[in-house]
Design a protein around this ligand. Structure first.
Ligand code: FPP
Length: 233
């Protein structure tokens, strides 16, 4: 189902888009202008991933911890995501992009929830690139939710495989490669269970400046990694 076009290209890339606020400060702009440019970087990255033949990308768009930000910043992010999805719905549908989400969507504003519902429905049969949006997502919450689901179904004990099969991302392969921009070297509660064997990469570029050149450089680095999954090669 998830075929790659080029050898050694990761099937699934996770992206922690960091540095929007710093980008905005450096330009003397409000933080939300950084997020606006961040959305443009998402758009460019989706184009580049299609071109390069990557099958799945998970973007960390809004974490369970991001509610601590100002109401103005939070509303700004929600509106940007809503408008972006609205403007791209037909384009994604035609270009084979499938939108999925992970995280608890319930607390989001109705207009954003509606837009997410529409785009997921419209793109559900697409196969070229799955764009998985982590929204109100936390890796620990993901694991706890999976275990609680199993307990509610009557489990007394759980296996690693059962947990994996009950995470939000159960239909997706585990991320092969995780990129966090801006030079910070942290995972910040992103896909904790799924990233057990992910290769990690921390380029210095601030997310709004991320482009195809940075992605190609990242993929070149990934191709050099020797993935052993705990074994010997
Ligand atoms: C971190 O930068 C970035 C975020 C909190 C995510 C911003 C969300 C988007 C760009 C929307 C993504 C939308 C889609 C559709 C994938 P920061 O504000 O923490 O930067 P800083 O560390 O420099 O302050």
């Amino acid at each position: 189902m998830f075929k790659n076009k080029v050898k050694n290209i990761p099937q699934h890339i996770g992206i922690i888009m960091d540095g929007n606020g710093r980008w905005a400060s450096l330009q003397g702009l409000p933080r939300n202008m950084g997020h606006k440019e961040g959305i443009n970087a998402v758009d460019r990255t989706i184009d580049a991933l299609i071109k390069l033949g990557v099958s799945v990308v998970s973007f960390f768009a809004f974490s369970t911890e991001n509610w601590k930000r100002s109401e103005q910043e939070i509303t700004g992010i929600f509106n940007l995501v809503r408008d972006f999805l609205h403007s791209k719905r037909n384009n994604f549908k035609e270009r084979g992009v499938k939108i999925t989400t992970m995280g608890e969507l319930e607390p989001f504003p109705e207009d954003l929830k509606k837009e997410l519902e529409l785009i997921k429905e419209d793109t559900k049969n697409n196969k070229k690139l799955t764009v998985n949006l982590a929204l109100n997502y936390g890796g620990r919450a993901d694991i706890v939710r999976a275990v609680n689901k199993l307990i509610n179904e009557g489990a007394k004990e759980v296996t690693e495989k059962e947990i994996l099969e009950n995470l939000y991302s159960s239909d997706l392969p585990e991320p092969d490669f995780i990129i966090r921009t801006s030079g910070e070297k942290r995972i910040s509660n992103f896909m904790l269970y799924q990233m057990a064997y992910s290769e990690l990469y921390f380029p210095k570029v601030l997310w709004p400046n991320f482009n195809e050149r940075h992605l190609r450089k990242a993929l070149k680095e990934y191709a050099k990694r020797n993935r052993r999954f705990g074994g010997i090669k």
